[in-house]
Design a protein around this ligand. Sequence first.
Ligand SMILES: Cc1cc2nc3c(=O)[nH]c(=O)nc-3n(C[C@H](O)[C@H](O)[C@H](O)COP(=O)(O)OP(=O)(O)OC[C@H]3O[C@@H](n4cnc5c(N)ncnc54)[C@H](O)[C@@H]3O)c2cc1C
Length: 280
Amino acid sequence: MDLEFLQTVDPQILVGVAVAVVAIGIGAIFLFSSKKSRGCLDPENFRDFKLVKRTQLSHNVAKFTFALPSPTSVLGLPIGQHISCRGTDSQGEEVLKPYTPTTLDSDLGHFELVIKMYPQGRMSHHFREMRVGESLAVKGPKGRFRYQPGQVRAFGMLAGGSGITPMFQVARAILENPKDQTKVHLIYANVTHDDILLKEELEVLASRYPDSFKIYYVLNQPPEVWNGGVGFVSKEMIQTHLPAPAAGIQILRCGPPPMNKAMAAHLEAIGYTPEMQFQF
Ligand SMILES: Cc1cc2nc3c(=O)[nH]c(=O)nc-3n(C[C@H](O)[C@H](O)[C@H](O)COP(=O)(O)OP(=O)(O)OC[C@H]3O[C@@H](n4cnc5c(N)ncnc54)[C@H](O)[C@@H]3O)c2cc1C
């Protein structure tokens, strides 16, 4: 800028302009940060989010990417909580089901759901039919579990099939926070190797954080070469791969109902108190 020109301007005007510029800057920062922290969910009312990308991951699993209102928006889902999604089943009836995004609030502008679609599943039908450009009605946050860093010394996680998503969310939040020293031990059960959801993402976390994150896979029908567990998750597998019952230990469970029931019995027999367990 021409300094001679500045010398000709009334100093009061210059001060006024400077104050206005600073005020606009502070206002913009305030607007941005309040927008960022507010989140896009409403616990009382469903809000629509547009499907912008659909990636088929296997014959019955797809990743759905939904846009948030702006590229800097966050979903606003506390770690450990989930969302309720509304859809229509094959009979045209309304259905509501819980889902945990695989993205965190550090992922701006969008959120992702990894959905396993069952042939007879009611909400599965809705997701199978859903096309890019359509909207999903979502309400939340929901859930009794809320993670705070340092809440426990170590988590043991027992996941079956799509029950991995709440575990992935909690594990990712812990591991990607350099100030969080919590250890995570996961047993993840599936029918076949192809059924393992988020395998690549889990492997990346395990290789990046080898001291904090251990995974033990269990398959009902393992491939010929396999160094994980075989059959259903047993008491012995839990004793070998999860932290023993003690203060500062919590076991999280999420899987199909028969697995949850079997795991609750194993955990009780090993000596985990009800306070040491949580089922999503
Ligand atoms: C906290 C939480 C988070 C979840 N997050 C996800 C997620 O991110 N992605 C996801 O895909 N799912 C997730 N689920 C499961 C999801 O809520 C539904 O239960 C699932 O999508 C099946 O719903 P559906 O209406 O299609 O099937 P339904 O109509 O309820 O079931 C139809 C049939 O499908 C089979 N089936 C249903 N669920 C299972 C299962 N878990 N294991 C084995 N067989 C089953 C059964 O044979 C059942 O009879 C989560 C569940 C909880 C509690």
